[in-house]
Design a protein around this ligand. Structure first.
Ligand code: HEM
Ligand code: HEM
Length: 186
C-alpha cells in the first residue's frame, strides 16, 4: 500500500505505464486521423484495448488505496487545482478507450487486439469497403467524445506536468521523486 513518504511500486508502475500509454495513443490518434494513415488504426485500437485493462486495474487500485497523501508545497488554490486535474486525468483514462470502442464497435468497423477479434466488423453487400454501423447514434457519440475529451486531456496534462515541475523546481519537495519510486523525507 502507499505510504506518505513512499508510494507502492504498483502505484508507480501503473501511473507511468498508463500515463505514457495515454500520451503515446493521443499523439498517434491525432496524427493518424489527420494524416489519414490507415495502417496505424489497428495498432492504435489494439494498444488502446490492452491499455484499458491496465486502466481498470489502476482505477480499482486507486479506489482501494486512496490518493497519495498530500505533501507540503503549494497554495490552497493550487492544491484544489491539482485534485481537480487528477480527477480529470483518471476519468479521461476511462472515457477515451470507452468512447473509442463505442466509435469502432457500434460503427461496424470492428475491434480486435492484434488479430484477436473482440467485435466483428459489418459491411453492406453492395458497398463492401464501407462499414455498416450496428448503431449509428452510439458510434457518432463515441466519435465526438473521443475527440473532445482528447482536447480536455491535453489541457489537463499540460497543467499536470507544469504542476509536477513546479513542485520539483520551485517548492523543491518530493512530489515528483515520490512518483518516480523514491522514498522521501517526511
Ligand atoms: C510526463 C508526464 C507526467 C508526469 C511528469 C507526471 C507526474 C506526476 C506526479 C509527480 C504525480 C504525483 C502527484 C502527487 O503526489 O500528488 C502524479 C500523479 C498522478 N498522475 Fe501523473 N504525470 C504524468 C503523466 C500523467 C498522465 C498522462 C496521466 C493520465 C492520463 C497522469 C495521471 C495522474 C494521476 C491520476 C495522478 C494521481 C495519483 C495517482 O492516481 O497515481 N499522469 N503524476
Ligand atoms: C486508451 C486510450 C486512447 C487514447 C488516449 C486515444 C486517443 C485518440 C486521439 C487523440 C484520437 C484523435 C481524435 C480526433 O481528433 O478525431 C484518436 C482517434 C481514434 N481512436 Fe483513439 N484513443 C484511445 C483508445 C482507442 C480505442 C480503444 C479505440 C478503439 C478500439 C480507438 C479508436 C480510435 C479511432 C477509430 C480513431 C480515429 C477517429 C477518426 O478518424 O475520426 N481509440 N484516438
Amino acid at each position: 500500500m502507499d505510504q506518505p513518504n513512499k508510494l507502492s511500486p504498483i502505484s508507480v508502475a501503473l501511473h507511468w505505464l498508463v500515463g505514457l500509454g495515454m500520451i503515446a495513443l493521443t499523439a498517434i490518434g491525432l496524427y493518424m486521423s489527420r494524416a489519414e494513415v490507415w495502417a496505424l488504426y489497428p495498432i492504435h485500437k489494439s494498444v488502446g484495448v490492452l491499455l484499458f485493462v491496465l486502466i481498470l486495474a489502476r482505477v480499482v487500485w486507486r479506489l482501494k488505496n486512496g490518493w497519495p497523501a498530500h505533501l507540503a508545497g503549494g497554495s490552497k488554490l493550487e492544491q484544489a487545482l491539482a485534485k481537480l486535474v487528477h480527477w480529470l486525468l483518471i476519468l479521461a483514462t476511462l472515457a477515451m478507450p470507452i468512447s473509442g470502442m463505442m466509435n469502432s464497435g457500434a460503427g461496424g468497423h470492428g475491434i480486435d487486439v492484434f488479430g484477436l477479434q473482440i467485435v466483428p466488423s459489418q459491411h453492406s453487400a453492395d458497398k463492401p469497403d464501407q462499414a455498416l454501423p450496428y448503431n449509428a447514434g452510439v458510434a457518432e457519440l463515441g466519435d465526438e467524445m473521443h475527440e473532445w475529451i482528447a482536447y480536455l486531456l491535453i489541457l489537463a496534462l499540460v497543467l499536470h506536468v507544469a504542476g509536477a515541475l513546479k513542485h520539483h523546481l520551485v517548492y523543491k519537495d518530493g512530489v515528483l521523486r515520490r512518483m518516480l519510486g523514491s522514498r522521501i523525507e517526511p
